[in-house]
Ligand binder design. Structure first.
Ligand SMILES: Nc1nc(=O)c2c([nH]1)NC[C@@H]1CN(c3ccc(C(=O)N[C@@H](CCC(=O)O)C(=O)O)cc3)C=[N+]21
Length: 295
């Protein structure tokens, strides 16, 4: 079992170490450091965990790191004003507004108002388009890019392989498909979703499964063929009174029944999650280099 695990945390640590070297050499050269601003609206406990680990990682890399927490009942105008301020702040190269925002906020409009050059999430339509067309100057979205890096660094062959993506969100499913069909990656892609007629039949045809539906342990062993590579993007909190925090974390994949059939599989936690943060740091460094015209 141990040798089947794709250890996202270990691979993310390698990437962070690579970034750390580059950041310090650029700092020496220019006297400047990358700046990342993370905006959180409200105090959702899971969002707080993610935002805090982003801030911690940015600090550990020597970035200028700003966390802005706005009240849960913030108006659209108030959030837009913060975004505008960050757009105009020369010390900030990357802006991230934590998703999902509270219901009174129009997320689409917020994203449209982030300067695409600072959109380190890769959510702005301009970046979505650049990534989709294979242009070099976009920002690949952190989670799908992290999944792809996991495959690459685990030496998984993607060329000519059938990747089945379960989930069609703008954050994971759709951009994942766009990355998997890029030249050089060369997978054949099927995207499944809640209206897919026979999900098991689709997933059983996969060489690589990427699960991003947000339903705890939704994909079970009977849906997966022997030898499949399984990437589990889900991070679900499930009530569990036996745990100190009252919940446990699990993926969209039922690890217990799927792992025996998989050739490789990511754990939750310690899989895709830490990679998302590493790729965010990487995109922030990229934004810094582009805006400051260095590196
Ligand atoms: N604008 C925006 N950008 C995002 O990138 C974004 C977002 N909104 N909204 C929510 C999702 C989720 N996300 C995670 C990042 C790291 C972990 C992570 O490090 N997870 C740890 C465990 C964390 C825990 O203990 O809960 C792990 O899987 O090992 C998880 C989830 C970023 N997201």
């Amino acid at each position: 079992m141990e040798d089947k695990l794709i250890r996202g945390k270990v691979i993310a640590d390698e990437i962070i170490a690579e970034l750390r070297e580059e950041v310090s050499s650029l700092k020496e050269k220019s006297g400047k450091v990358p700046g990342l601003a993370v905006v959180l609206i409200g105090e959702d406990p899971a969002s707080q965990v993610y935002v805090n680990s982003k801030e911690k990682m940015a600090n550990s890399l020597g970035y200028h790191s700003v966390k802005i927490v706005l009240p849960l009942d913030s108006s659209q105008e108030a959030v837009l004003a913060v975004v505008e301020e960050l757009n105009n702040d020369p010390a900030i190269h990357g802006i991230l507004v934590q998703s999902p925002p509270p219901p009174q906020i129009d997320e689409e409009q917020i994203i449209l108002n982030i300067n695409p050059q600072k959109d380190v999430d890769g959510f702005h339509p301009s970046n979505v388009g650049l990534v989709f067309t294979g242009a070099k100057d976009g920002f690949p979205p952190c989670t799908p890019w992290g999944c792809l890096e996991l495959l690459k660094r685990s030496k998984v062959e993607t060329k000519g392989k059938h990747a089945v993506i379960v989930g069609r969100s703008n954050i994971v499913g759709k951009p994942m498909a766009s990355l998997m069909i890029q030249k050089g990656v060369d997978s054949t892609v099927t995207i499944c979703h809640s209206r897919t007629a026979d999900l098991g039949a689709e997933i059983r045809r996969a060489d690589i499964v990427i699960a991003a539906v947000g339903i705890p342990e939704f994909i079970t062993g009977d849906m997966v063929s022997e030898g499949t590579v399984v990437i589990d993007v889900g991070i679900n909190r499930v009530d569990d009174e036996t745990r100190p925090r009252g919940y446990r974390l699990c993926g969209d994949v039922d690890f217990e029944s799927v792992a025996p059939k998989a050739s490789l599989i990511t754990p939750v936690p310690g899989g895709v999650g830490p990679m998302t943060i590493a790729m965010l740091m990487s995109n922030t460094l990229l934004a810094f280099k582009r805006i400051e015209n260095i590196g």
